[in-house]
Design a protein around this ligand. Structure first.
Ligand code: 2U9
Length: 350
């Protein structure tokens, strides 16, 4: 028995992992284990010694059992200790700085504009960028042969399907869906496309926000009042606005709207090209043809609409000299706008 005990202990000392300990268990305590097979000698033991023999065999089994369990505990404690050492994180170490993003300058302007109109009770509608010729042109009083189409050449998927050239088709769809019943009070932001060669002020993809109000007795005064409030909200309460006659196929009468220069206060500078005025948006009273095509009775209903280019406003506001910077995702450019939000420029007059 002593020899077995010593044999076990020497093997136990060398056991380095759980498997070796389990093998020892099998080797000594298993069905054919050294200790187990000892019992087979019982028949050879004189009766008066059987009891003592049995006890010493059980004692040996107990001691080996205990040793093994203790061994496993120590082994697991050692493994855990090593694991903890390997995995301890020095929480005092500074964390890995994850580059935090920020709102795109264009999104900042668009959100600023949306907030003002939502505050005035407008709903925001976004629509398809791939549009039908009908909603992009026909429904907006731009029949197939209309010359103004040339100014809005686009990317065609088929004769009847193109990348929209303005967000007006979204308004036309909302008008149609209204089944001739007002009021309608919406703004439609989104990306638009023109087959234009890119340069510092033109991009084949750019952004627009258009607005539309249709109800009974909507007048040019409502348009002027709304735009005055909006432009003073965006450009500062001490700005003035100016309306100049213009032409759009989908509005009659049509106007271009200027705001007094927010850089020089109207005295003339490089931002306003010495004119003191900055052209900001186009607008007009919705053309009766457009109302009728959408199922509205133009004798009962009238409306106004406007359209602006947030890219242009972002360039004016941030002094960006090339529109392509807004679309080419150069981090060196975009990083500059990371902290707009924190600085709480939101809504600050530009
Ligand atoms: C419907 C009826 C009328 C939308 C309008 C403008 C004037 C306008 C320009 C702004 C900057 C295009 O990107 S831009 O150069 N747009 O000046 N847009 S009125 O008129 C509509 C739209 C939809 C049903």
């Amino acid at each position: 028995m002593q020899a077995i005990k010593e044999k076990f202990e020497s093997l136990f000392e060398d056991a380095a992992d759980r498997k070796q300990l389990d093998d020892l268990r099998v080797k000594f305590l298993g069905k054919k284990g050294t200790v187990t097979t000892l019992m087979q000698h019982m028949k050879d033991i004189p009766n008066e010694e059987k009891k003592e023999f049995g006890q010493s065999v059980n004692a040996l089994r107990q001691s080996i059992q205990q040793k093994l369990e203790q061994g496993i505990e120590e082994l697991e404690a050692r493994l855990l200790k090593k694991k903890l050492e390997n995995e301890t994180i020095d929480v005092t170490l500074p964390g890995r700085q994850r580059p935090i993003g920020g709102k795109h300058p264009l999104q900042h302007i668009i959100d600023g504009i949306e907030d003002i109109f939502v505050g005035l009770g407008y709903e925001v509608y976004e629509g398809y960028e791939v549009e039908s010729d009908y909603y992009n042109f026909e429904a907006l009083n731009l029949p197939k042969s209309h010359p103004a189409r040339d100014m809005q050449d686009s990317f065609y998927i088929s004769n009847e399907t193109l990348l929209r050239t303005h967000t007006s088709p979204v308004q036309a769809r909302v008008l149609n869906a209204a089944k001739g019943k007002g009021p309608i009070k919406i703004i439609c932001p989104g990306k638009v496309y023109r087959r234009d060669s890119d340069d510092a002020t033109h991009s084949h993809q750019f952004t627009q926000i258009e607005g539309l109000v249709v109800d009974k007795n909507i007048s040019l005064a409502d348009l002027k009042g709304t735009l005055e409030l909006f432009l003073k909200e965006i450009f500062g309460q001490d700005r003035e606005i100016r309306l100049r006659p213009s032409y759009f196929p989908f509005t009659e009468p049509s106007v271009e709207v200027d705001v007094s220069c927010f850089k020089c206060g109207g005295k003339g500078c490089n931002v306003c090209k010495q004119s003191g005025w900055i052209e900001i948006l186009g607008a007009g009273m919705v053309h009766p043809n457009v109302l009728e095509m959408a199922g509205f009775d133009s004798n009962e209903y009238s409306g106004f609409a406007f359209g602006m280019g947030p890219d242009r406003m972002a360039m004016l506001y941030y002094g960006v000299e090339d529109i392509r910077h807004l679309y080419t995702n150069d981090l060196r450019f975009l990083e500059q706008f990371k902290y707009i939000e924190e600085r709480g420029v939101k809504h600050e007059s530009i």
